[in-house]
Design a protein around this ligand. Structure first.
Ligand code: PLP
Length: 428
């Protein structure tokens, strides 16, 4: 596999050659892809890794006694070690999922199962009525609905930490809300609407003092920032392969070894058991306890190629590049009349994504105007309707960058945004 050599400054043009789609045209213009927060583009190395597995080594893992099955198992478990290492974890702390939504549901359903068993059998995870689950108002629906459902199943109360007008989390409110009744605190590392990095250390400290379990949604940090989940001190975390240069249908669930040991499984079936009788089953230790049924082996191997690619580029270099790109985008957007940025908190740590309103123009119209110029952005509430409601916005435009985003692309985007209001006759 060829990957770019590690470099302090990203050689973006060289790296872009690895992404076939970045050479395509849309509506007669070169594609300017600014929708990486929805899904990232995939380098050739990821596609090749999956193809190589499927054409040279494909077999059922952990089962067959034949050579190809052993090769497939080795590749699959090597992939686990690579992806676990990328987030600072050990292989037995990394459970494969189909994506972050699946990972968060797995956690919520496992806690629900523990709750059904009662405090004795369900141990420390069992929830009772009047226990509290705490999230923030800035969560993606994937980190909100599973907790709503869990609260409904168990009688627990769901509470929300608000954000300030500049989008930053209200830590004083968090201090009031997180307390002795809090059993679970679930929050995103980086908001998929605001791009702001949440104060993980403060939140973990509050949760620990309350004896609550912490669940981190790392979807929007894993592709952009160096990540060490054990060092962050969270109990559980999820991330999504397709947002970090990897294939669809694969994600990771990190769990502190003791937490994974104690948490009951969510799905049951083949591949997650040590012994089975007609009436009873003994489960394998984690991570296999949480991996019932046939796993997405090819996508896991593709995701390993993605993290090896990111590692070879260097996550410090990725973060530095995206910071500069984000500033260029913010500076340009601030100068355009009628643009209201969401989460423009001075000096706040952030990744390269900006959501904004265009005064007098519906976000969908703005998105279509940009699309006609080959510029791909996301429009709508980005699966964070409560946060949009908090800001009194029905829908916003979101431009999100990645390691392959160039300054020239940001400038083309800004030129496009400059034309929107005039085209739709807004403000005239
Ligand atoms: N959490 C956040 C912050 C996201 O941005 C997304 C995807 O948009 C998800 C969760 C869901 O991820 P997945 O597509 O892997 O289910």
């Amino acid at each position: 596999m060829t990957v770019p050599a590690a470099a302090p400054d990203l050689a973006v043009q060289r790296l872009r050659a690895d992404f076939p789609i970045l050479r395509t045209e849309v509506n007669g213009h070169p594609l300017v892809y600014l929708d990486s927060a929805a899904t990232s583009q995939k380098p050739r190395q990821v596609l090749d890794a999956e193809l190589d597995f499927l054409t040279q080594h494909n077999a059922a893992v952990h089962r067959g006694a034949h050579t190809t099955a052993a090769e497939a198992t080795d590749l699959f478990e090597d992939a686990r070690a690579a992806v676990a290492g990328f987030v600072g974890a050990t292989p037995d702390e990394l459970v494969w999922t189909s994506g972050a939504t699946m990972g968060l549901n797995l956690i919520a359903y496992a806690i629900g199962n523990a709750s059904q068993m009662g405090r004795r059998a369900g141990g420390r995870f069992a929830l009772r009525p009047s226990d509290e689950i705490v999230v923030t108002v800035a969560e993606h629906h994937a980190n909100l609905l599973p907790w709503q459902e869990l609260a409904a199943r168990t009688g627990a109360v769901l509470r929300h930490i608000p954000v300030h007008d500049d989008g930053t989390l209200d830590l004083n409110a968090a201090r009031d809300i997180i307390g002795e009744r809090t059993r679970v605190l679930a929050f995103s590392h980086v908001s998929n609407v605001l791009g702001l990095v949440n104060p993980v250390a403060d939140l973990v400290e509050l949760a620990r003092a309350a004896g609550a379990l912490t669940v981190l949604d790392a979807c929007q940090s894993a592709p952009h920032l160096p990540l060490d989940l054990p060092a962050l001190g969270v109990d559980l975390a999820v991330f999504s392969g397709h947002k970090m240069l990897g294939p669809y249908g694969i994600g990771g669930l990190y769990g502190h070894a003791e937490v994974l040991d104690d948490l009951p499984p969510f799905l049951t079936g083949g591949s997650m058991i040590s012994t089975v009788t007609l009436d009873h089953a003994e489960y394998l230790p984690p991570p296999h306890k949480f991996e019932a049924g046939t796993q997405p082996v090819g996508p896991a191997i593709g995701l390993a190629a993605a993290v090896r690619y990111l590692d070879a580029v260097g996550m410090d270099a990725v973060a530095a590049h995206e910071r500069i790109v984000a500033e260029r985008m913010r500076d340009g957007l601030r100068e355009i009349d009628g643009i209201r940025l969401l989460g423009d908190a001075p000096g706040a740590e952030r990744v390269g994504l900006w959501s904004f309103e265009v005064e007098g123009v519906h976000a969908h119209d703005a998105g279509q105007y940009l699309d006609a110029r080959g510029i791909a952005v996301r429009v709508g509430h980005h699966c964070a309707a409560p946060l949009h409601r908090r800001f009194g916005v029905a829908a916003s435009v979101r431009a999100s960058t990645a390691l392959y985003t160039t300054h020239a692309e940001v400038d083309m985007f800004l030129d496009g945004v400059r034309g929107i209001r005039a085209y739709f006759g807004a403000g005239s």
